[in-house]
Every structure is written in C-alpha cells, then in structure tokens.
Write a protein that binds this ligand. Sequence first.
Ligand SMILES: NC(=O)c1ccc[n+]([C@@H]2O[C@H](COP(=O)([O-])OP(=O)(O)OC[C@H]3O[C@@H](n4cnc5c(N)ncnc54)[C@H](O)[C@@H]3O)[C@@H](O)[C@H]2O)c1
Length: 273
Amino acid sequence: MSNGLLKGKCGIVFGALNSDSIAWKAAEAIHAQEGIVVLTNAPIAMRLGELNKLSEAIDAPIIPADATNLDELNALIDGAMSHFGGKIDFILHSIGMSVNVRKGKHYTELDYDWLHKGWDVSAVSFHKVMQCVWNKDAMNEWGSILGLTYMAAQRTFPDYNDMADNKSYLESIARSFGYHWGIKNNVRVNTISQSPTPTTAGSGVKGFDGFIAYAEKMSPLGNATAEDCANYIVTMFSDLTRRVTMQNLYNDGGFSNMGVSNLVMQQFMEGEE
Ligand SMILES: NC(=O)c1ccc[n+]([C@@H]2O[C@H](COP(=O)([O-])OP(=O)(O)OC[C@H]3O[C@@H](n4cnc5c(N)ncnc54)[C@H](O)[C@@H]3O)[C@@H](O)[C@H]2O)c1
C-alpha cells in the first residue's frame, strides 16, 4: 500500500545483491512509496547478483561503483544527479564484508591486510560516500543518509569477528559526519541496527543459524525481518523523521534491551520443578 511517503524524493541505494538483501527490500519499499531510486553495487557483485531484475521491476537504473573507489563514487553521484535532474534526498549504505570472516580467520589471529580491506569496505566507504556527496554539494536540504549496522558493535558476539569493530567505526562516522551535515544542509545521518537476517552477508557469519535462533527467542517481538528493516528505512527517509540524527536506531524486536527471556531460560531449566 502506498501512502506516497517518498513522493518527489530521489536517492541512491547501495548493496542490493539478490532478493534476500536488505537493500533489495528497501529499494522495493521506497519505490512502493513513490521514491525514485538509482541502484548501485560493486562491479564484481553485479556479475554474481540478479540486480537487473530489480532494476526492471522498480524502473531504477544501475550505476556500478566500488564504494571504496572515489572515482567510481564521483561518477555514480554525477550519474544519479543527471538521472534525477537535481540533487539527492536519501542514501542507503547497505554494505558489509570481512575477508577474515569469509576465510574463517579467528579474531586472535587476524590477517591485517584483510582487516584493512574489510574496514575500508564496511566502514570507511560510508565516509567516502558522504565526502564525495559533500564535495559536490549534492544533497537536498532535509535529506537523510542511513547506514546498516549490527549490535555486535556494542556487545560481544565472538564469531562476528572484526566486523564488530567495523560496525563500531561505521556508527561513529554516522555521529561525526552527522554533525557537519546537520549544520550544512539540515541533512540527518543515522545507522539502523538490524536483527540477524538471512542474507548472503548474514549467513556468511559462522554460527549464524545459532544466533538467529537465539535472537528470535530473546526478542519479545521476534527478529526484525528484511521487510521490517525496509519499512523502517522508508520512515527514516520520509519527512516524518526530520530531526532524528546522529543516532544508532535499533530495529531488533527488543533484543538490545533484554537480559534474558523466559523462552531462553526454559532451555536451562529442564529437569527442574
Ligand atoms: N544480515 C544480517 O544479519 C545483518 C544484520 C545487521 C546488519 N546487517 C548489515 O546490513 C547490510 C546489508 O547486508 P545484507 O545482510 O543485506 O547482505 P548482502 O550480502 O545482501 O549485502 C551486502 C552488500 O555489500 C555489497 N558490497 C560488498 N563490497 C562492496 C564494495 N566494495 N562496494 C560496494 N558494495 C559492496 C555486496 O555486493 C552486497 O550487495 C550490511 O551492512 C550488513 O552488515 C546485516
């Protein structure tokens, strides 16, 4: 159902790989609310993914860009602005990758070249995107910029590995750049901290099935799905949230404020009573 929440708004969505991706669901939800989208992903991902299907379905052009490459980012922003015929209202950074996670390196034995690559892709790219947009003065007044994160930035989930540190850095960039954007253009910058979600990136984390099931039992509302996240993203891009900025916003069914739930307790109480 459309309420036209994003009517007249234009923006860039990074990170739709396949129909499981949070960014894919977000692009669909933005389109359903009458927002205009340019899709982007790393050139290599476009070969693996199915982005053309989404592009056709929501009438959104694809402009490939490696989010760590400033030249490609600048070309993306120019291309997007020429498609929109004006400036940008919203940006979704939905990008994450750790080579150490992918290759199963233990946190106590990290490869620092891989760490550097994962940090650049998962965290610094958020700064790079914003700096390129800043230099081109490409955001409209009251625009909205979002990154996606996970609560391993606040609490320890051992198998999340160096991605936990990348997410802490990403969240800090949202606060630091959020200040400057607010002063410059009334633009807001936030991160959404999402429940574990079965996507390509999510499922790549060791023990994912265990911690998605655990989070489901710990969260009074259950895990937030990719569609729930997409709806939250729409809200954050709409004019209904204009003065929410520099925040890490939990979309996690309550997980982040739980100590223990009865459902989890039950597993440790068997045999008692
Ligand atoms: N799935 C989860 O459990 C979960 C939970 C909380 C937060 N998140 C975050 O949500 C975001 C989206 O991930 P997802 O779960 O939808 O998985 P996904 O695998 O569908 O998306 C990750 C995307 O990052 C893109 N990417 C990687 N390197 C890139 C580069 N150099 N340049 C541009 N794009 C690049 C990939 O191509 C892919 O499209 C990530 O930031 C992730 O950390 C995921």
